[in-house]
Design a protein around this ligand. Structure first.
Ligand code: IPD
Length: 266
């Protein structure tokens, strides 16, 4: 198991590094929208497609029997029990506009459980990584969630919004109620980076409804390995319905509050 996880981590780090270099150095000055997905603001650029192709090609050459799930369409079951969950650019809108907060997110699942996670954020010069049971790191430094703030009123939260108008209206209602009760709320534009920011103590907590597996797989493992808790509605794990990551004491306060506010429905 140790040798397998080492191999998966090395592959994920190298694939994320190569994709990060391609995206950072190869971003066309006139980058435009190649296609739209769930709504007119849910965009794909040629660079999302190029990054996913690079990553699946790199991994597929080394581990031909593994499966894939990628944001831009990679989908196969594989036969090895390992499946790679890939977001070739998390924070596509930031990338499109030339804002620095975007990342390449690569996770490896073994029999459905995430065992390796890598989030490369090239414009920050930081790559976050975790292996199940081995802690979380930023570059080569161990990271830890922020010591719990004295009260919710002192907490800095992150969140994100979906691409569908109806969902955004519901998300705005949650923010309207939450904002006066906390220190502040950030909308960074990359769920993977938000989760890593919880892991390294730059946010006290992060929540969002509507994430896809590729947005959260690597970042949630990194947050957990940094000592944070992740989950969804009470008793459930982080998912499309709701993803919450926070230092433990804050998690216990936020989970019932988000439930009460209906942060999980549109
Ligand atoms: C998006 C980002 C954003 C979050 C959206 C995601 P993408 O991922 O993570 O922060 O609010 O829900 O879809 O589309 O840039 O890969």
């Amino acid at each position: 198991t140790d040798a397998l996880y080492d191999e998966l981590l090395d592959i994920a780090l190298e694939a994320a590094h190569r994709a990060g270099v391609l995206l950072r150095d190869g971003r066309p000055a006139d980058l435009g929208v190649a296609a739209t997905k769930s709504s007119p603001i849910d965009v794909v650029t040629e660079m999302d497609l190029a990054s996913e192709k690079l990553i699946t090609g790199f991994i597929g050459e080394r581990r031909p029997d593994d499966g894939f799930l990628g944001e831009e369409g990679a989908s196969s079951a594989g036969t090895s029990g390992i499946r790679w969950v890939i977001d070739p650019i998390d924070g596509t809108v930031n990338y499109l506009y030339g804002l620095p907060s975007w990342a390449v997110s690569i996770a490896a699942e073994r029999d459905g459980e995430v065992v390796v996670g890598v989030v490369a954020a090239p414009m920050r010069g930081e790559t976050y990584r975790a292996v199940l049971g081995r802690g979380a790191f930023s570059n080569d430094e161990p990271v830890r969630h922020r010591p719990t703030p004295p009260a919710l009123s002192q907490a800095l939260l992150g969140t994100g919004f979906g691409y569908l108008a109806e969902r955004r209206a519901a998300q705005a209602e949650v923010v309207r109620t939450l904002l006066p009760q906390v220190r502040d709320i950030r909308r960074g534009g990359s769920a993977a980076i938000d989760l890593c920011d919880v892991a390294c103590g730059r946010l006290d907590a992060y929540y969002e409804r509507g994430l896809n597996p590729w947005d959260l797989a690597a970042g949630a493992l990194i947050a957990r390995e940094a000592g944070a808790l992740t989950g969804g509605r009470p008793g459930r794990s982080a998912s499309h319905e709701l993803t919450l990551a926070a230092s433990p004491a804050l998690f216990e306060q936020l989970q019932p509050l988000l439930e009460e506010l209906g942060a999980w429905h549109d």
